[in-house]
Design a protein around this ligand. Structure first.
Ligand code: CFM
Length: 481
């Protein structure tokens, strides 16, 4: 259904093509706004590029790989402190195989392509950069080479460099080709990373069968956690609960993971898929190639985390595991109830606007409900139709949704819907706060983790501290309309 006239944002009068990106949620007959299409010229989009999706989102969190950006130095900005996908390789490293630190977030490694390289090619520079990086970080588990717009356009044969370097260092060297210009948003880069990593992993396993898990090492309850990136230590709350359930975690794709564990991904029995935007692709490929099924889960909030544990136990069909799931859920709920009651009493009835990439806009409506809050508008940067289907299903009816909003649209929504809280990122936080609207960093969190049962309390605490911060008493006119 097209957006009713009264909901059309005034700021878009000169780019009316934006109106098809707006809708009102409906559980019965989902309203899907136009999405995952090119940005209209004149619309100052907040989307990222495909390379950002490949390097920044899916590949970057791998903890022990040297990540070489084959590009002019500017593209390498994405290596630096942009997203708190944490890793602790130092703590995990084996003696004598020390990787000095979780270097992938601390070091920007780039070939720094110049005009001369664009004309004559940058292949030699790439090989030298890989080998130099390897000398500097000898304990790394492998190398990931990324191309960006420049190296993509000049067409350097990065795969042949990868083979050469791989032979020299004896560790996997994969190439991820996802130049920024090759898609409409970072979502394309998620897809590219999934497909290309999968292909190269399959080939590497063929060339080096010793990296596969041996039959005698397998257990009946081996799982992978797929689509979790260890934002602010989310995995510290996810892993123990699945282990308590009786599962063994073979690898996490990709939060803080080591390359040698990732290469064993197809040897598990089940993929537990959290981010269904960025990682459904590889889950499907592993299912097709190795007959390893996947279960989609939401690991945010009480009801959804409980469902995730139950669904995994149900998949294995073990009565013992199902009983254990109930015990874990009961124990976790008992632990958090006093805190939850406190925050709920403070947050009951507060209005929330949310703007995240896509999945969190459908992961979180139930979390907000558990805190007694009401969502008044929801925005996604790069959601696809299946995300909007879930948003329609999980939000209340009549919530205003907008695809890939720009700054003017965000501003108008803040004015129009007057939320008590805006769940958003760092770019928009200053805008919202100038309007007197508290924000909570919804990508990397304020003080995470935010997942599972105990994470809900951290989330509630940050929301509470945001809304009740004494500073808002000093805003002259809270009613800024
Ligand atoms: Fe998946 Fe993510 Fe998200 Fe995402 Fe992102 Fe993210 Fe996100 Mo920021 S992988 S799609 S590309 S759940 S970084 S950890 S919070 S926009 S909704």
């Amino acid at each position: 259904m097209p957006i009713p006239e009264s909901y059309k944002l005034k700021c878009d009068y000169c780019i009316p093509q934006r109106y098809k990106h707006m809708a009102l949620t409906s559980r019965k007959q989902p309203n899907i706004p136009a999405c995952n299409i090119k940005t209209v010229p004149g619309d100052m989009t907040e989307r990222g590029c495909a390379f950002a999706g490949a390097r920044g989102v899916v590949g970057g969190p791998i903890g022990d790989c040297i990540q070489v950006i084959h590009a002019p130095a500017g593209c390498a900005w994405y290596q630096w402190g942009t997203r708190r996908n944490l890793s602790a390789i130092y703590a995990w490293a084996e003696p004598n195989k020390l990787c000095n630190d979780s270097h992938n977030r601390r070091r920007a490694i780039t070939t720094d392509l110049k005009e001369k390289d664009v004309i004559f090619g940058g292949v030699k520079k790439l090989r030298d950069a890989c080998l130099e990086a390897w000398r500097l970080i000898p304990g790394a588990g492998g190398i990931l080479i990324y191309t960006t717009c420049t190296s993509g356009l000049i067409g350097d044969d990065c795969h042949s460099v990868a083979r050469e370097v791989e032979a020299e260092i004896g560790k996997p060297v994969f190439v991820i080709d996802s130049p920024g210009l090759c898609g409409v948003s970072q979502s394309t880069g998620h897809h590219h990373f999934n497909v290309q990593f999968y292909d190269q992993m399959v080939q590497y396993r063929k060339r080096h069968p010793e990296v596969c898990m041996k039959e005698e090492e397998k257990t009946p309850y081996d799982i992978n956690i797929v689509g979790d990136f260890n934002m602010d230590w989310d995995l510290a709350l996810i892993k123990p609960l699945f282990e308590k359930l009786g599962c063994r975690i073979v690898c996490v794709f990709t939060g803080g993971e080591r390359m040698r564990n990732l290469l064993k991904m197809p040897d598990a029995k089940l993929n537990v898929l959290h981010c269904q935007r960025s990682c459904t692709y590889i889950s499907k490929l592993v299912e097709q190639g190795y007959e390893v099924p996947y279960v989609p889960v939401s690991l945010f909030g009480i009801e959804q985390s409980a469902k995730a544990l139950r669904d995994v136990a149900k998949f294995f069909g073990s009565k013992e595991m199902m009983d254990r799931a109930e015990q874990i859920i009961e124990q976790e709920i008992k632990t958090i109830t006093p805190a939850l009651n406190f925050y709920r009493a403070k947050l009951e009835g507060k209005k929330v606007g949310m703007y995240v990439g896509g999945p969190r806009v459908w992961h979180w409506p139930k979390v907000m409900k558990e805190l007694g809050m009401k969502v008044v508008f929801a925005m996604c940067t790069f959601a696809h139709e299946d995300d909007y289907e879930k948003i329609n299903a999980r939000q209340e009816d009549g919530v205003f949704i907008i695809d890939a909003p720009n700054e003017f649209e965000i501003e108008e929504c803040l004015e129009r819907f007057k939320p008590d809280l805006f769940l958003t990122g760092l770019k928009e936080k200053y805008l919202a706060r100038k309007f007197g609207v508290p924000t909570v960093n919804s990508h990397s969190y304020e003080r995470g983790p935010y997942v599972m049962f105990r994470g809900s309390i951290n989330f509630a605490r940050d929301i509470y501290q945001g809304i009740y911060a004494p500073v808002w008493k000093f805003t002259k006119d809270k009613d800024f309309m």
